[in-house]
Design a protein around this ligand. Structure first.
Ligand SMILES: *Cc1c(COP(=O)(O)O)cnc(C)c1O
Length: 373
């Protein structure tokens, strides 16, 4: 059986170092907000290329606290995409804000900046923040989104949950907006062995606000100056992430190799492959292909012991929790079409070349078969 992703393989690859890091924390007697977290925050900020990183309990919390640090609150309008993890939208609503959806570019699957401009005008009231998502590991068009946001005085909070290390012209995601939000969910490119997240920013005041919000709004111990929450990246996860961060660039390189192998074999077929605009660095959290016979292909691969996933089968605006109570600020036709046609192929650094070849060859075999029938 070839699986789509494997956090266990990601643990076993560095088992000795991770086990030693975990034992060190257990022995230290200090389990929250200690040296491991401080060290990881410094290393991660340095890796991304920002001044400040603040560890929190999850990627969803990272987005919520980033928004709140920017002053987003009850009733504020926040624009994002519907083609994303529900977490993006849940975080917006958790700070009391109202999400509005912008359609995607059908080639990159990321927010279409032209649609953003249109949505800002159609909204008919001020937009407080925009949350572009760097979906699948490909950066959104931050040049265009940033300039539209500046022109309208809108905060930019990047959802970097799938894009650790992805870059445009050598500049990493998380450095384009006012704030960047990362997830360390186990299957992410940089994955903890449990929940975790991080907020990054070059603005010391914003970073300080997140630091305070993650611990009951304390400025000093037991003095809450703003209403905060409890959202901490624990010492065990910080130590594990410290080990894995050292291997992140190698792992990204391996993901890119796998993507190149898929590209080479599938390029001749009549289906859309993952694409990368010039100057962009894709980190392939997912390798997504697109075909109007997606369900058939998924079944065929499954019959041949290859498991695939769909990210995401139902856009957020069509989910029962959200449908029917959202602002209409423009068509989401590209979002809907993508959801019906996309398929995420197995992608994780420990996949072997032979497994990658098997997946690609099975897809070639399927495409020949369906030509004939
Ligand atoms: C995983 C993910 C999140 C949420 O992260 P959690 O750590 O699971 O809370 C947010 N946005 C996107 C795009 C994600 O993929």
């Amino acid at each position: 059986m070839i699986v789509p992703t494997s956090p266990k393989a990601g643990y076993l690859a560095y088992k000795r170092q991770i086990d030693a890091a975990v034992a060190g924390v257990l022995d230290s007697g200090w389990y929250l907000l200690g040296d491991e977290l401080r060290r990881f925050e410094v290393d991660f900020a340095h890796y991304i290329g920002v001044g400040h990183a603040v560890g929190v309990a999850s990627g969803t919390d990272a987005i919520e606290l980033a928004l709140r640090a920017c002053g987003v609150g009850a009733g504020d309008l926040v624009l994002t995409v519907s083609h994303t993890a529900v977490a993006t939208v849940a975080a917006i609503e958790r700070c009391g804000a109202v999400p509005g959806f912008v359609d995607i570019d059908p080639v990159t699957y990321n927010m279409d900046p032209n649609r953003l401009e249109a949505a800002i005008h159609k909204a008919g009231r001020p937009v407080k923040a925009v949350v572009p998502v760097h979906l699948y590991g490909l950066p959104a068009d931050m040049k265009a989104i940033g300039s539209i946001a500046r022109e309208h005085g809108i905060y930019v909070i990047e959802d970097c949950a799938q894009a650790h290390g992805a870059a445009i012209d050598g500049r990493r995601v998380g450095t384009f907006g006012h704030v960047g939000a990362f997830s360390f969910y186990p299957t992410k490119n940089l994955g903890a062995l449990g929940d975790g997240g991080c907020v990054v920013s070059d603005d010391p005041a914003l970073a300080d606000r997140v630091r305070s919000l993650r611990e009951y709004g304390w400025q000093q111990r037991h003095v809450s100056t703003v209403p905060g929450v409890n959202s901490r990246l624990d010492e065990l996860q910080a130590a594990i992430l410290g080990v894995k961060l050292k291997h992140l660039d190698d792992e990204t390189g391996r993901r890119q190799e796998i993507a190149a192998a898929y590209d080479a074999t599938l390029g001749a077929l009549d289906m859309k492959l993952a694409m990368t605009p010039g100057g962009y660095m894709h980190v392939y959290h997912q390798y997504v292909i697109r075909t109007d016979q997606r369900d058939e292909l998924k079944r065929y691969l499954s019959d041949h012991d290859i498991a695939t996933l769909i990210h995401y089968p139902v856009p957020v605006h069509r989910q029962p929790a959200y449908a029917g109570r959202l602002l209409d600020i423009g068509s989401l036709e590209q979002t809907q079409q993508a959801a019906d046609q996309i398929l995420s192929l197995p992608m994780y650094p420990q996949l072997t070349n032979s497994q990658v070849a098997q997946v690609a060859e099975r897809i070639v075999a399927w495409s020949r078969r369906s030509d004939v029938s």
